[in-house]
Design a binder for this molecule. Sequence first.
Ligand code: KIV
Ligand code: ZN
Length: 499
Amino acid sequence: MSDKVFIFDTTLRDGEQVPGCQLNTVEKIQVAKALESLGVDVIEAGFPISSPGDFKSVVEISKAVTWPTICALTRSVEKDIDVAAEALKYAKHGRIHTGIGTSDYHIKYKFNSNREDILERAIACVKYAKKYVEDVEFYAEDAGRTDNEYLARVVEAVIKAGATVVNIPDTTGYCLPGVYGDKIKFLMENVPNIHQAVISTHCHNDLGMATANTMAGILNGARQVEVTINGIGERAGNTALEEIAMIIKSHKDLPYMTNINTQLISQTSRMVSNLMNMPIQPNKAIVGRNAFAHSSGIHQDGVLKNRESYEIIDPKEVGIDENSIVLTARSGRAALKHRLSVLGVEIDGDRLQEVYLEFLKLADRKKIINDDDVLLLVGMERSEDRHIKLDHLQVVSGKGVQSVASIRLDIGGEKFEAAATGNGPVDAAIKALKCIIKRDMTLQEFLIQAITKGSDDTGKVHMQVEYEGVVYYGFSGNTDIVVASVEAYIDAINKFVKK
Ligand code: KIV
Ligand code: ZN
């Protein structure tokens, strides 16, 4: 019989900590419901004391979701735990995730303390959380760099205090797979009460080892993995849910299983990427655009003769359906609604009508509308209530011609116009825009991606704009990449120019 590995999804907590990827409550509920359909066991819905928005999201997700356990993060601070318990009041199955740093780096420099004091605080926070909920998870932050003997003492003590799950985070992503696996093994062998709790992995990807470390954890006894969709998360991110789910599914030699409905992986991945404006690298395992694209002649020939000669996963297993391109200018509102619903987005009434009108405009410019286009349209509809909007843009550019742009912005209902020259159409348009929005901002990153193929394709633009030392993310999509670029810039500006 296979051992179940519990999937703890932290897209909405650790994943959402990425600057510029913040979601509003409605969007978080949408992601939480998609995670529920996907089959995750635990949804970490937020860190309620950190902001009223996080508090509200935990409350609303608790109401909206039925099967998965809803988890709320806290520090080892009583007030944090009180607030988390309050936020979880509607959860059908609620869990408090509390903890403290246990490495000497954290003990000495973060807490100016000593090991015995931290041990006491670890026990105290678990006992305090137990007053509210039965299911308490303890995290030993920076466990990856914590001395194993001391870590074993902490783990034993928190289990004795009532922890049902103990999380062993490699917070800095430093561990080698062998070292992380040995750490879990050491705990399994040296903590007398270890079988009274589930041991969890929580690996960061700073050195590109998050998935390998998580697998090493499972192979040595961990039975819960903390993961995010697309591996998003601070810095280099967290372990990717889809990678662990597919490793376990495709390795029939391993005695493990998860509850993940892998056919929903692709659509959930795209939904998260679109809502968070976080592009997926084309060569990303499982969900990248090229993950199943065989371009070399030798590979193509092999795959045509027998798929398994070069493919270890059938793309259909992760929900990639080559026949999913179904919408054209002749598709009606019902077809659009149905396609969105398949992609996990439910819209109706006025909102459906607005998106449909945008759909028809796009279908006029582009023959075939694919799933990414449709998701983009829903995302752009959200931008209608932005303070600054692009009202008009005209550019002249070409070989041997100086690029000139004239622009009109709608700022809170008032119109402003400017024109400028530049070393290309985007440069000219952004210079014209800066004549209106006179802020000292710098474009730090500029990425243009075509969604699929064809010269009529929609271009997606991601930008990072730095203003007063803070980086703001902007995103847009349009069949005209100059328009998409200017709109992405405006999207970033809207994040720091308040109404
Ligand atoms: O990386 C980490 O250590 C964490 C903990 C707060 C669980 O995210
Ligand atoms: Zn983390």
